[in-house]
Design a protein around this ligand. Structure first.
Ligand code: HEM
Ligand SMILES: *[C@@H]1O[C@H](CO)[C@@H](O)[C@H](O)[C@H]1NC(C)=O
Ligand SMILES: *[C@@H]1O[C@H](CO)[C@@H](O)[C@H](O)[C@H]1NC(C)=O
Length: 319
């Protein structure tokens, strides 16, 4: 298994370098001359915001995922108009928009009309990861911002009740594979969920009146106390909720995954070996998280000359 994964890793790194080149000109030095201060601006803002509110880091990482999952990484999730993705019911627990607005305002002062909101969100997710002890990676830039954002498409993002087959299909249709699915799910090593997707597992598993048998007994008791109301919050990683680490995978081995989509990764024969490997080799999780996040950030990006735009304000399409 170790060898297989090592090989997978190498193959992925090769795929990435090909993709970044092939996929219309994203590049790490895209803003080197037009906005050399970009990364410093983002870094300073992220440090200041995370120091004030640690939980913002997890929320930004999730926001980036929800952006890329619908119409690619085009900042469509940031559009704040009637009927946009952001306005839909399933987006109501998304947070972090103010941080992006703050960064965008500063970037517009230093490099007006130059840097897309999609690139800002992608780089902010990288810095948020780093700031809470996760891995570093170089962000390829050059995404344009989309002009379309539809509330009903926000439902495309998995919500925690799907089966593994549909999660795999979701990933594959966006150029990602099994390993990316398992590794990116590891983002649930930090952050929290409302109890809403959890309650079904506690009281109404699979149409019965029982709890999901794949929940550890002690954890079940804990969750029943913690999740009396659907609107309450519970940590995604029960044991080290504020540390970016591989404990998420160890939790799955102990039947302590919060969402059914987390725990299923350890019961499905396609994903279980990957969970085992990541649980036993934290360095592999860190290394591969960087690789898979770059892939996530490259999904269906707008880069052509006549595709998308550089938004002036991340909340609105340019007039
Ligand atoms: C594989 C399918 C996935 C499912 C089914 C899923 C589901 C969820 C759900 C239900 C929540 C809690 C939402 C709430 O009630 O507030 C959540 C939170 C979160 N998700 Fe995922 N997610 C998935 C993939 C990802 C990916 C790919 C990432 C990033 C790489 C990610 C990062 C996060 C983070 C960081 C949080 C915590 C947010 C916070 O504390 O504000 N998730 N996810
Ligand atoms: C998985 O979910 C999809 C979509 O809801 C459904 O069509 C499919 O039948 C499910 N597959 C299994 C094996 O339950
Ligand atoms: C859910 O219920 C159906 C029908 O009662 C059953 O065939 C299936 O095996 C159950 N699934 C699980 C995971 O227990």
């Amino acid at each position: 298994m170790k060898y297989t994964l090592g090989l997978l890793l190498v193959l992925q790194v090769i795929t990435i370098s090909v993709q970044v080149k092939g996929e219309d000109y994203l590049s790490t030095d895209y803003y080197h001359t037009s906005c050399p201060q970009l990364e410093e601006i983002i870094h300073k803002k992220v440090v200041a915001w995370v120091n004030k509110d640690y939980t913002i880091a997890a929320s930004i990482i999730r926001l980036h995922f929800h952006d890329c999952a619908v119409r690619g990484c085009d900042a469509s999730i940031l559009l704040n108009h009637y009927g946009s993705e952001r306005s839909s019911a399933v987006s109501k627990s998304l947070r972090g928009f103010e941080l992006i607005d703050d960064i965008k305002a500063e970037v517009e002062r230093k490099c007006p009309k130059t840097v897309s909101c999609a690139d800002i969100l992608t780089a902010t997710a990288r810095d948020a990861t780093l700031q809470i002890g996760g891995p570093f990676w170089q962000v390829p830039y050059g995404r344009k911002d989309g002009r379309v954002s539809l509330a009903k498409e926000a439902n495309l993002v998995p919500a925690g009740r799907e089966n593994i087959t549909s999660l795999i299909e979701f990933c594959q249709s966006r150029g990602m594979n099994l390993l990316d699915l398992v590794v990116l799910s590891g983002a649930h090593t930090i952050g929290r969920s409302t109890c809403e997707p959890v309650q079904e597992r506690l009281y109404r598993f699979n149409g019965t009146k029982q709890a999901d048998p794949s929940i550890n007994k002690m954890y079940l008791n804990y969750l029943k106390r913690k999740c009396r109301w659907a609107s309450e919050f519970v940590n995604l990683d029960a044991r080290t909720p504020y540390t970016f680490d591989a404990t998420y995978y160890k939790n799955l081995q102990k039947k302590m995954g919060l969402l059914s989509t987390d725990q299923l990764l350890y019961s499905d024969s396609r994903t279980k070996p990957l969970v085992t490997a990541l649980a036993n080799q934290p360095w592999l999780f860190f290394q591969q998280f960087a690789v898979s996040m770059i892939k996530l950030g490259n999904t269906q990006v707008l880069t052509g000359k006549y595709e998308g735009e550089i938004r002036n304000n991340c909340n609105f399409v340019n007039r």
